[in-house]
Design a protein around this ligand. Structure first.
Ligand SMILES: *Cc1c(COP(=O)(O)O)cnc(C)c1O
Length: 378
């Protein structure tokens, strides 16, 4: 697809994604790699990214919802896949029949998965999740023995196989945070208990991107990498993507829709939060918060236009925002680069995260469906 006639585009560099997967595998040489492709592969497009990750040696795929995992199967992606965010009603049976591994954090879910396996006439593959300190999903240490015993009993009866035991970090992006060692210790206890109860999982896994890069003792059998695979530094205080051997996969661009001269003292965009300091030229960038450009970056978001970084002038609107070219000229149809790897001088997703007081995960993930994805490096 050619982007020259597009209002805006997200260029997705699959060669960079494959190289990132290889760099991450080299960081965790004793473990397999689960490519986390939830939320449309963090906005990059789930199926093409899943395929590229597998080509580069990913051994598992991870999604949040069962619907996402079923979408992978519908597209013909057959790799091992785990999905972990369940609510009552499933779809457990569809997942079992599609050979999707399912996560169970509590007795309600275990009961539903066992019933679905009996109805399907085949066993479910289950990863039991321990809450080792995140306080989100997963079974509390006090509830773990009951969940393990019930899972072991269902396994003995043939309704399921416990294929994984897992947990998730709260503060892996803050190396040295005391919760990290505490969570590892709690996880080891959960594993030891499960082994004593007779469970023999295929994979034990805990590490997300920051732990994959900074905490080898958390790698166990499998690392679950999301943001780093998309070339974003999960620990920006420790280094930019390149410092970890990663390259941003998404470049977000738009085509300038209007350039015009205006006098000094001219209010710009809704609420007139910006007023031109003198006679100047303005360029109209045709993307807005409906495309995922944070309104919080009004007055602060950086854009490369006509060779220089400009700043969003006034408010980001639903479909567009304005930059003040300060008297420089630009042509209608010129590229405006919002973020990318940075090698053409453009800002990065991390620059937008700083401008909007958020994290780069949110910047890439929220780019909307109205922005076409253009795949290169296939
Ligand atoms: C999203 C997610 C990941 C991936 O996290 P990154 O920091 O993007 O690598 C891993 N595990 C779970 C449970 C997740 O929800």
């Amino acid at each position: 697809m050619d982007s020259t006639a597009m209002r805006a585009w997200a260029r997705i560099d699959l060669a960079a994604l494959r190289a990132n997967v290889e760099a991450l595998r080299a960081r965790a040489p004793g473990a397999g790699l689960m490519a986390v492709v939830k939320s449309d592969a963090y906005g990059h497009g789930m199926v093409p990214c899943a395929r590229a990750a597998i080509e580069a040696g990913a051994t598992w795929l991870g999604t949040a919802t069962p619907q996402e995992a079923l979408e992978l199967r519908a597209a013909g992606v057959g790799a091992r896949a785990l999905c972990w965010l369940w609510t009552p009603g499933g779809p457990w049976r569809e997942a079992i029949e599609a050979d999707i591994d399912v996560s169970v954090s509590g007795m309600w879910a275990l009961r539903e998965v066992v019933a679905a396996a009996r109805a399907a006439g085949r066993h479910a593959r289950v990863h039991l999740k321990a809450d080792t300190g995140l306080g989100r999903n997963g079974a509390q240490p006090a509830d773990w023995p009951e969940l393990v015993a019930a899972a072991r009993a269902a396994e003995a009866e043939g309704a399921l196989q416990v294929t994984g035991l897992w947990s998730h970090f709260a503060c892996a992006d803050e190396p040295g945070h005391p919760s990290i060692a505490a969570q590892l210790a709690s996880y080891r206890e959960a594993l030891a208990h499960a082994e004593r109860a007779g469970l023999r999982p295929e994979v034990r896994h805990m590490a997300n991107s920051p732990a994959t890069l900074t905490l080898p003792e958390s790698h166990f059998d499998l690392v679950r990498t999301g943001v780093a695979m998309y070339g974003i530094s999960p620990v920006p205080q420790l280094g930019a993507p390149a410092d970890f051997g990663l390259r941003p996969v998404m470049t977000l661009g738009a085509r300038i829709a209007l350039v015009k001269a205006v006098p000094g003292g001219h209010g710009i965009s809704y609420g007139h939060k910006y007023t031109t300091p003198g006679a100047t030229t303005l360029a109209l960038v045709p993307v807005g918060y409906a495309d995922g450009i944070p309104r919080h970056a009004s007055g602060t978001g950086p854009v490369l236009v006509a060779g220089k970084w400009r700043t969003v002038a006034g408010r980001v609107a639903m479909d567009q925002f304005v930059v003040d070219l300060g008297g420089d000229s630009a042509e209608v149809g010129d590229e405006a680069l919002l973020f990318g790897p940075g090698d053409r001088g453009e800002p990065t997703a991390e620059d937008w995260a700083l401008a909007a007081d958020t994290i780069s995960y949110e910047i890439i993930t929220r780019i909307g469906t109205r922005v076409p994805r253009v795949y290169v490096g296939k």
